[in-house]
Design a protein. Sequence first.
Length: 410
Amino acid sequence: REAIDHARAAGVSIIVALNKIDKPQANPDMVKKQLAALDLVPEEWGGKTIVVPVSAKTGQGINELLEMILLESQMLELKANPTRPASGVVIEAKLTKGRGPVATLLVKNGTLYLNDCLVVGLHYAKIRAMFNAQGQRVNEAPPAYPVEILGLSGVPLAGEEFFVVADEKIAKELSAKRQERQRQSQMKSARRISLEDLHEQIKEGKLKELRLIIKADVQGSVEAIKDVLSKLNLTEINIVILHEGVGDINSSDIILAVASDALVLGFNVAPDGPARELIVKEGVDVRTYNVIYELANDIKAAVQGMLEPKLKKVFMGRLEVKKVFRLSRAGTVAGCFVSKGRITRQANVVLKRNGEALFEGGLASLKRFKDDVREVQEGFECGVSLQNFDNLQEGDTIEAYEIQKVMRKI
């Protein structure tokens, strides 16, 4: 369902491959019914969705699937010019030991060649090696061809676009300009976060933010973390991801965290040497994880700690008014009997008469005989007076309760 939603949001055509058709228990009709329930009605049922039964294990139906993809592309008039400089998109990127930054690119137009210079996101590259989906070295990648490249200056983000430029000097200059624009944007963001009016709103409880910097070993891990955070439905707290990236936690991450009072999250990565020194010096909160659900649990706990607690009324006791005394100095005092539970001096009370609440508030005094007391238990008599309320009558009922703060759950 999620893949279908993404495809629809992107406005792209959907071709369904029903895999594992070679298994005895395969039931294509059941899957087609499920697809129809999601408004993907197969062509053989009168709909417009191409559905091809296949087996990745035996190869059954693969040729038919490729034919359907080719037919759909022809109908959509999808064309690319293989003679122009290449451009496309990043599918995945990571930082590997021995190879450095590695990115899998999908060429959308033009042809990508070994030794081409390109700009991708904030980084640049002079391609020193290319590998196809089978891990074999290749010298070129035509349109619609995925290829893994080496020679990047850094790890780009999945989804970022790339384009080939004339030479490495131009690529470096464009990369440097993009990085400078991002630094200025982050500095502006940090200054906005520290503005006095926003700070006062947070201080007064009118606005709360949990600011995060996320670093992970691969872009897929970053997306998984963001997906977990997006499922926290919050109205009182704004989760702000100031920066996300692939690779070890570095000094730039810590400097941004200091400027914006952010929490740094690392997944399958660790702070490098300069970053560790800054962490100790600045006292930045850095959390590293190897399991997604542990990270999610910690973030949930942090968010729950920031949520305003719910106030819950908890019944404490019930008093019956037996006698009313009107005193010149103390005002109206009710002689009561604790018929259930208990009452304390700090309790909140509701005065009821014939089932109707006439007063809700605190006690002005609680006495046993002439002595002020903190608590009176069930089965004992006491004298009470209410704050700013004197209209007490015999037969009234006073219910006592306490207010408990309950931690909000997400």
